[in-house]
Design a protein around this ligand. Structure first.
Ligand code: NAG
Ligand code: NAG
Ligand code: NAG
Ligand code: NAG
Length: 439
């Protein structure tokens, strides 16, 4: 679905002059709605081709959609690697916001696979684009098993890939979602899903690109007179008189001398002892809040001598390609409406006019498809039951169990596949520093 980049007619401008003014000022570096001619703009890599592991793409609006004519590109084959990229006129994001946005729909009920895109700089041999090709930014959802369901936001600096330190959960359903990353010249960033903010903050603190600005003084020591005892014995509390005279055990008052006890033969009878209910242990004064308590001691924050500011921490020069490079266990991820620009407002509007316009119809189509699928499944189940008149509830359950066997199998497949590149490849070695104790 194309959105109008040229200004609309004068009448509309008159109504919304202000809003349009900012949008007209937006610089759009790349905008791909996958209309005709997309194949001339995108280059499929030869990566993994000779191993027959290179997946192909389907040009489609998917099984459910808000507009059958609004197509994107969808991973077509299971257990394949995907690598495709497009070039745009080189630009630098210095002194500007950088907005990277795209939509992805995992129609396959994704169990293990990426749904992210990469921005690449400099000169790239697109036919050789692969998981090894260095990139500047990697952004978008990644799902594998039960543990990985997150939005990656990896910023590469001087050859090192830095993962975002904050957790940003991704969408996991089978509908289209729009992922947006905004990086601003004041070194702040925002991540949105479907135009809703999911995470934001500072590049300085949410990535370990630079060492932290402030650290706790490693040379500071706790002052001698620092009182870090929160509670102290109450000096007013006095041991009650006679406290120490209370015995720990007393003769059992209920014990009786046995009838046949013979003092001469058995010795003098004494009652067995039991714990004294009055006995409360050694005396301790009760505890009170220490009026001199200063809190737990922490070394003061000082400027980190290892910190050297890089005022261009947000900026990327020579951005020139957008790529999709994925491993997918089950295919069916549909990418569309890729946008690279310098204006968050423009991106927001772009999302509204593409995804926003179709999302309700897509949801309705999905619900319809699900209903049909369930009916089909029930029909199958019914005919199974008809075949066997003796069948009862427990056998039906066994049927269902047998069905889920295949699921179990594919899950263990997934586990194996997890060892494959996807996670390991991206979960970089790159980030070997431990999080700094900043606060
Ligand atoms: C891609 O298209 C082919 C040919 O129409 C089809 O067999 C295959 O199932 C499609 N892939 C997906 C993931 O829908
Ligand atoms: C293809 O890319 C790989 C990894 O980046 C690199 O080692 C190799 O030299 C490249 N091959 C060609 C023909 O450029
Ligand atoms: C990257 O390297 C350049 C040149 O050596 C240096 O000026 C800059 O501070 C480095 N940036 C980061 C984030 O390490
Ligand atoms: C801690 O003390 C050592 C030895 O005096 C000094 O070399 C180092 O710079 C100090 N560290 C900081 C962070 O001030």
């Amino acid at each position: 679905m194309a959105i109008r980049r040229t200004p609309p007619p004068a009448a509309v401008i008159a109504v919304a002059l202000l809003a349009l003014a900012s949008i007209a000022a937006a610089e759009v570096y790349f905008e791909e709605t996958f209309e005709y001619g997309w194949e001339n703009r995108w280059v499929k890599s030869d990566w993994k081709k000779d191993e027959n592991m290179a997946g192909d793409w389907n040009y489609t609006s998917g099984k459910w959609n808000g507009d059958p004519d609004d197509k994107g590109i969808q991973t077509a084959e299971d257990y394949k690697f995907y690598a495709i990229s497009a070039e745009f006129p080189e630009f630098s994001s210095k002194n500007k916001a950088l907005v990277l946005q795209f939509s992805v729909k995992h129609e396959q009920k994704i169990e293990c696979g990426g749904g992210y895109v990469k921005l690449l700089s400099g000169q790239v041999d697109q036919k050789n684009f692969s998981g090894e090709t260095p990139y500047s930014i990697m952004f978008g959802p990644d799902i594998c098993g039960y543990t990985t369901k997150k939005v990656h936001a990896i910023l590469s600096r001087n050859g090192t890939n830095h993962l975002i330190k904050k957790d940003v959960p991704c969408e996991t359903d089978q509908l289209t979602h729009v992922y947006t990353l905004i990086i601003r010249p004041d070194a702040t960033y925002t991540i949105l899903i479907d135009n809703e903010e999911k995470q934001s903050g500072s590049i300085y603190s949410d990535w370990n690109i630079l060492p932290p600005k402030k650290i706790r003084d490693p040379n500071a020591t706790k002052p001698e007179d620092w009182d870090d005892k929160e509670y102290i014995p109450d000096p007013e509390d006095k041991k009650p008189e006679g406290y120490d005279d209370i015995p720990k055990e007393i003769p059992d008052p209920d014990a009786k001398k046995p009838e046949d006890w013979n003092d001469e033969e058995d010795g003098e009878w004494t009652a067995p002892t039991i714990p004294n209910p009055e006995y409360k242990g050694p005396w301790m004064p009760k505890k009170i809040k220490n009026p001199n308590y200063k809190g737990k001691w922490k070394a003061p924050m000082i400027d980190n001598p290892d910190f050297k500011d890089d005022p261009d921490i947000y900026a990327y020069s020579n951005l020139r390609y957008i790529g999709i490079e994925l491993w997918q266990v089950k295919a069916g991820s549909l990418f569309d409406n890729i946008l690279i620009c310098d204006d968050p407002e423009y991106a927001k509007k772009f999302a509204e006019e593409t995804w926003g316009k179709h999302k309700d119809a897509e949801k309705a189509a999905f619900d319809e498809a699900e209903k049909k699928r369930e009916e089909e499944e029930n029909k199958d189940l019914d005919s199974d039951i008809d075949d066997d008149e003796e069948v009862d509830d427990s056998e039906t359950e066994a049927d269902a169990d047998a069905d889920s066997d295949s699921d179990t199998k594919s899950e263990s497949d997934v586990k194996e596949d997890k060892e494959q590149p996807q996670e390991d490849k991206e979960k970089p070695h790159e980030e070997n520093e431990k999080p700094h104790d900043e606060l």
